[in-house]
Design a protein. Structure first.
Length: 513
């Protein structure tokens, strides 16, 4: 299964507020005409006589001159939203420059459709059409080589940041670098930049797009800019985390010290065998051996899972990370069988089953006996839906009571159906290949539905099967030539994992679950 990700999607259309100092001439002219009509009791549209034209022209010209003299480009410093629009107004004067906008965190944006950061940037640029002048350069009174630290705030752009630092004229050179400097295409609140400013303007810029990498931009003696993206020095540490389920995997995993990302990795690792919407019970246990990245004694990010065990209702599932002699890395059971299966047991990570497979179910809307040939997973609108196996997208569109529906073909025997979607994921089209775990759409209530949920069907040779009980194809084991090496390489980790899980069982007994 591919990495399970927390749902994070964006809206496509983002409007940029316009300051009152940025009137468009046509809008102002219409406003002036309305005032004139109200004062004199005439109808301004359409023009009935030529005698009004000179009067109106004088009124419009006088208003425009007055507006220009009142400081049309002044922006109150305390108004952050207006300051953002002001930065975009001024940036339009510089040709061929993309202006990255600091976007709010993904979790704060409603998950109704998916698109890329570049799509969002393009949308902003297309809507920002108000012209403005480049801010006048202020005399610098800084010592040569002075460093300035900036924490990106909501609404910040490189344009606004560079303007505040009085290095706006460096922006064009930065944006023309391309290549490794493209990490500056999107900046987010909370990220940090350090800029060294001297007599020649910006001498150096340092930007950390994430915990693992750093971008350095340096001005050479010839005045050219050079960018380099490199790894940041970190100390890897191997960590063992165990826990007992008393509420949910997410809550108890967090309490045990696992990050959200690591919990999703753990759920994804055992998603072929365990339906985390149905199978989890109070008293189940988990143990994860994983790497964490530290810098200067502080944890800065999660690494890979090395080994893990999950006990669900007395059934024990183990997975060990192994790289074979050809350099391919995967997870295997202690017997050398891949934990990856041709199909995931469930297409939704966080959901509850609202309706089971039932050939004699009474339909909740039609109130008639109508076979329910699938399983319904209830979750909030916008929850991602995953392809349960590698497939070719066979059908995509609105299908009668199913609403927005996708049908996938998995080889010659198997097909799966996903109904009632609120929207299809971007990049999905008929004939396209999709990977197991890939997001193909989002939960909704289109078609005949009483609320937001996914209707999921599993068919073998066209015959409907219960997705919860159907015998899924098994995974292929390691080749015989690789098994001896696998046992040798993973023996110590298997022994350690056994010791860790025994401690977990003792903890379970101590808590009397």
């Amino acid at each position: 299964m591919g990495m399970v990700t927390l749902s994070s999607l964006h809206r496509k259309n983002v409007g940029i507020p316009v300051t009152r100092g940025s009137y468009i001439k046509a809008d102002y002219k219409r406003s002036a005409l309305r005032v004139f009509a109200a004062d004199y009791g005439v109808t301004p549209y359409p023009f009935r006589g030529p005698s009004l034209i000179p009067i109106i022209s004088v009124l419009v010209l006088g208003a425009v001159i007055a507006k220009a003299n009142s400081g049309r480009f002044m922006v109150p410093q305390q108004d952050q939203v207006q300051a953002t629009a002001f930065a975009y107004d001024n940036a339009r004067a510089a040709p061929h420059i993309n202006l990255p906008l600091a976007l709010p965190g993904a979790s704060s944006i409603p998950p109704d459709r998916e698109f890329s950061k570049r799509d969002l940037q393009s949308g902003i640029e297309q809507q920002t059409t108000i012209s403005g002048a480049r801010p006048a350069a202020r005399p610098r009174s800084r010592a040569n080589g002075e460093w300035h630290g900036i924490t990106v705030a909501i609404g910040d752009t490189l344009s606004s940041i560079f303007s505040r630092l009085d290095i706006y004229d460096e922006l064009d050179g930065i944006m023309r670098l391309g290549g490794e400097a493209e990490v500056l295409d999107s900046i987010y609140p909370g990220q940090k930049l350090r800029v060294r400013i001297g007599d020649r303007g910006m001498e150096e810029l340092i930007f950390d797009p994430d915990y693992a990498t750093r971008l350095s931009v340096i001005k050479t003696s010839e005045g050219n800019l050079q960018a380099k993206l490199h790894d940041r020095a970190m100390e890897p540490r191997r960590v063992v985390t165990s826990g007992v389920i008393s509420r949910s995997l997410y809550v108890d995993g967090n309490d045990a010290g696992l990050s959200d990302l690591m919990i999703m990795k753990l759920a994804g690792l055992f998603g072929w065998d365990i339906d985390f919407a149905l199978d989890i019970r109070r008293g189940d246990t988990f143990t994860v051996v994983h790497d964490e990245h530290y810098r200067q004694g502080q944890a800065v990010g999660s690494g890979n899972i090395v080994a893990a065990e999950f006990t669900s209702q007395g059934r024990v599932f183990r997975a060990i990370r192994y790289t074979d002699s050809n350099g391919h890395t995967g997870f295997y059971t202690p017997e050398g069988r891949s934990v990856r299966r041709p199909f995931l047991r469930t297409p939704v990570d966080v959901a509850r089953i609202s309706s089971h497979f039932d050939l004699n179910r009474r339909h909740p809307i039609l109130n008639t006996i109508r076979a329910h040939r699938g399983v319904d997973y209830a979750a909030s609108t916008g929850t991602p839906i995953k392809a349960t196996g590698d497939a070719v997208l066979e059908e995509r569109g609105y299908i009668s009571g199913y609403g927005n529906t996708i049908i996938l073909r998995h080889g010659s025997l198997y097909t799966t159906l996903y109904g009632h979607m609120s929207a299809f994921a971007s990049g999905t089209s008929v004939g396209q290949r999709v990977a197991q775990g890939q997001t193909i759409g989002y939960i909704g209530s289109t078609g005949l539905a009483t609320g937001p949920h996914l209707h999921y069907e599993f068919r073998i040779n066209g015959e409907h099967q219960d997705p919860l009980t159907v015998a899924l194809p098994t995974a292929k084991p390691l080749p015989e030539t690789e098994k001896a090496r696998f046992q040798q390489v993973t023996a110590s980790m298997q022994a350690r994992l056994g010791g860790y899980t025994r401690q977990g069982r003792l903890a379970m007994q101590a808590n009397k679950f």
